[in-house]
Design a protein around this ligand. Structure first.
Ligand code: ASP
Length: 589
């Protein structure tokens, strides 16, 4: 008899004899009737045994996570026994024959348990953790999104082409993972931070439309939703302008989102980088939060607090954020918020609050009642609201308000339902790096300057916009890309501004620059952070929940124990020596 999926059976199957196989999910012995739930990839079904059934004694010895095969009859449950919580809740399997296929030790993590153990336990026992319904659903979703991506891009004429994993450094600017070469001792491969240079080479090679669902590696200190190895949907196209790439990426986004059960209307919203910073204080605004930063410049005389006036005299801007519901915050709450902005060089959050018909808050003294009407019409401030007010240099002021916007949206549960995609375009081409004492690329050195700004590259390099774009979903960057420079002279000018000498550029990216000598088509592309996209579509709290075998925030794999030491003979073959932890320091001193 052919095996059927436990979760596929319905009332219409009543009377059929079926063969199932899977894991014992839960056992309930009611002293008389004995029940157990059988779980496989498709779901769960209840098996029932009466004392007169031949398999009764065997079933009494079953434990969670044993693997069994069951052959029995589908019968309707009495109406009182219907379990509306599971898809098979109207039926059960009766008079079963049971064969034990494998026993299980007592599992350290029970897939049927309602409470999750801490994440370390989950990662160490990943196989058991992956058996949980939530993880089964997440990885099934990931699979569907991958297949939808492939079908979509194939349908649009893209070729899937693989690029090397053992390669040279790529230009994303993070630290490389290095792999020592045995055949060329003392030399190293780098794992790719992305296939950036290769996909550009593929354009020069005439493939016109490339994609790859590809693992990328960046050796960075990990933040909450980062992994040292992660998956990108990497795309490059020839003979295109920015609009073509955005249009292609929007259609793909809709396909992927629909595969995850979301509806997406095109075209997606857009903001320039400058506008995103001005209105939301970030280059990845979460548009579900309905508050915007306002320019309080027209009312600058109304704010008499000396520290604000002083900042204005020094040429600063005056910006505010109206927060409905914060009017009634206590002193303590404002003090807590003050601590949230310490990293922006602020000690407190100056504010006005309207509560109980009064104007309160740290800025209320000195704010003339006569100016209230002006404030109301400029900001919409009304009873129950607070207005946060900052003055100073534009960038830190915007960023601090942008940060407070997120913190307060969390505290006040202010995000609107639904999901919001947004393109952010016209990023600056370069930014100043204090660390390196030079301008660095915001995206990478092959990013094309905005055509309107090319002429002033040398005069105002930090003011030049790039043809670079990010796709943001609910405040998370899910894709980013750019139109590339394909003109050699322009590339030289940009390298020059980045302080990259000809020799250095040649040493780093010579193979790309050489290829450009033989006719490079105009091209551009984008890469989607696939893990983050999965996480958001799954509604999962972490990207680790949509990756089968992820690493911890320290970059370790608790399941395999990687990274781990290796046999001395392996190091000898590579002609490598590992220094004691403090050896470098001793050498320096
Ligand atoms: N290679 C870039 C990145 O990984 C994406 C792109 O420009 O297409 O950020």
């Amino acid at each position: 008899m052919q095996r059927v999926g436990a979760g596929t059976l319905r009332a219409a199957d009543e009377g059929k004899r079926v063969r199932l196989a899977g894991w014992v999910h839960r056992v309930r012995d009611h002293g008389g009737l004995l029940f157990f739930d059988l779980r496989d990839r498709s779901g769960i079904v209840q098996v029932v045994l009466a004392p007169q059934d031949g398999a009764y004694a065997l079933a009494q010895g079953l434990h969670p996570e044993w693997v069994v095969a069951v052959e029995g009859k589908v019968q309707l449950r009495g109406s009182a026994a219907v379990n509306a919580k599971i898809a098979t809740g109207e039926i059960e399997i009766a008079e079963p024959g049971i064969e034990v296929l494998a026993e299980s030790d007592v599992p350290p993590l029970l897939p049927s348990a309602a409470d999750l153990p801490e994440e370390g336990v989950r990662l160490r026992n990943r196989v058991l953790d992956l058996r949980r319904d939530e993880m089964q659903r997440n990885l099934a979703l990931r699979h569907r999104l991958l297949q939808a991506t492939r079908r979509h891009l194939d349908g649009e004429g893209f070729y899937e082409i693989e690029t090397p994993m053992l390669t040279r450094s790529t230009p994303e600017g993070a630290r490389d993972f290095l792999v020592p070469s045995r055949l060329q001792p003392g030399e190293f491969y780098a794992l790719p931070q992305s296939p950036q240079l290769f996909k550009q080479l593929l354009m020069v090679a005439g493939f016109e439309r490339y994609f790859q669902i590809v693992r990328c590696f960046r050796d960075e200190d990990l933040r909450a939703d980062r992994q040292p190895e992660f998956t990108q949907i990497d795309i490059e196209m020839s003979f295109v302008a920015q609009e073509d790439v955005l249009g292609m990426a929007e259609a793909l986004t809709r396909t992927i989102a629909e595969a995850g059960g979301w509806q997406v209307e095109l075209p997606l919203a857009r903001l320039s980088y400058a506008e995103a910073m001005r209105r939301f204080g970030t280059d990845k605004p979460d548009l579900r939060i309905p508050w915007e930063i306002v320019d309080l410049g027209p009312l600058k005389d109304a704010f008499t607090a000396p520290f604000l006036q002083q900042a204005l005299e020094q040429g600063g801007v005056l910006r505010g954020l109206r927060v409905p519901g914060a009017g009634a915050f206590t002193r303590r709450q404002w003090e807590d918020l003050g601590r949230q902005v310490e990293r922006f060089g602020l000690k407190s959050v100056p504010h006005l609050a309207r509560a109980g018909g009064e104007l309160r808050g740290s800025l209320a003294k000195g704010f003339a009642a006569g100016d209230l009407a002006g404030l109301e019409s400029l900001t919409g401030l009304c009873e129950g609201d607070a207005l946060l007010v900052l003055a100073g240099r534009e960038e830190p002021v915007s960023m601090a308000l942008g940060h407070l916007r997120l913190v307060l949206a969390d505290a006040l549960d202010a995000r609107e339902a639904g999901h919001r995609f947004l393109w952010v375009t016209d990023f600056p081409l370069m930014e100043w790096s204090d660390e390196e004492g030079r301008a660095v690329s915001r995206h990478h050195p092959f990013t094309h300057p905005h055509p309107d700004d090319v002429a002033r590259l040398e005069q105002d390099p930090l003011g030049v916009r790039a043809q670079a774009y990010d796709l943001v979903l609910d405040g998370v960057e899910v894709a980013g890309g750019s139109i590339r420079i394909h003109e050699r002279a322009l590339q030289q000018r940009v390298f020059h501004l980045l302080g990259l000498g000809e020799d250095e550029a040649q040493a780093k990216f010579g193979f790309l620059l050489d290829a450009f000598r033989f006719g490079a088509p105009p091209h551009g592309g984008i890469a989607f952070g696939f893990d983050r996209l999965c996480m958001l579509l799954a509604g999962a709290p972490s990207i680790r929940d949509v990756i089968a075998f992820p690493k911890t925030a320290k970059g370790t794999d608790l399941l395999t124990g990687a990274p781990a030491d290796v046999a001395p003979a392996q190091l000898d073959e590579l002609r490598l020596r590992v220094l004691a932890p403090d050896a470098l320091r001793r050498q320096e001193s």
